[in-house]
Design a protein around this ligand. Sequence first.
Ligand SMILES: Nc1ncnc2c1ncn2[C@@H]1O[C@H](COP(=O)(O)OP(=O)(O)OP(=O)(O)O)[C@@H](O)[C@H]1O
Ligand SMILES: [Mg+2]
Length: 272
Amino acid sequence: MFSLQRRPSAPPAPPAPPASRHQLVTPHPVIEITNLVKTYGTGRIQVTALAGVDLLVERGDFVAIMGASGSGKSTLMNILGCLDVPTRGRFLLDGVDVRTLEEATLAKVRNRKIGFVFQSFNLIPRTSAVANVELPLVYAGVRAKERRARALAALDAVGLAERAHHGPQELSGGQQQRAAVARALVSNPALLLADEPTGNLDSASTTEIMGLFAELNAEGRTVVLITHEEEVARFAKRVVRLRDGHIQSDTRSAPVSARPPVSGQDSRQEAS
Ligand SMILES: Nc1ncnc2c1ncn2[C@@H]1O[C@H](COP(=O)(O)OP(=O)(O)OP(=O)(O)O)[C@@H](O)[C@H]1O
Ligand SMILES: [Mg+2]
């Protein structure tokens, strides 16, 4: 059963980190990329994964990136998440050109502004859900007591409070992915990036996780996710299709400021 509790305030509410102060004073789009090119390899065996992509994502948008295997989706996501750098082109994250940042600053930006969710959950085995969720806060240097409180709040927000002390091996796929979402949320990032977050889930868990993303978006977080499934994409406000490293189409189904087209509430009703 889907047990996300709708809470009166946004899930983990730490004392305003720099990211959210920044958020209040900047009118910038969260993501602004211009003529982005990514080429892998050197010499004669080069692969052009992105062949000149322009993309603007406003704060509060919910974007699904679709496209055939090899069309450049993960490449784009890795650049958006500052896990990889483009060969050419401009990328502004929250108005900041990430190329100008030192590695240490970049790591901080990544930690504070972006939450990642992966297809394979990437939880640490034999380690409790709460310890997994605490991890980004360990890197951010948050004290143990506050870490624990925020991690428990994040698990509560994804409906996993009662499983906090169980390891990944004792959780279902859907529960593991909820723990991974809690880990992505715990640093209170403005941007959630997810690469096929439902790729390893059955249809009931897929609906749960997408309902959770919809709730998080309704609370004002920007969500960009990759999916192969139309059923997943319909939760988004906008669908961007890639083909051979180009944007083939960009279709909006709901305004940025609106609630997501399929709310967590709707998906719960549909799931039951
Ligand atoms: N590290 C790499 N070195 C060389 N080529 C790469 C590398 N990563 C990706 N590619 C190539 O770049 C292209 C785009 O890959 P990418 O992983 O972005 O595709 P994708 O759309 O995410 O595909 P899938 O749906 O299969 O995950 C592909 O042709 C791929 O083979
Ligand atoms: Mg991929």
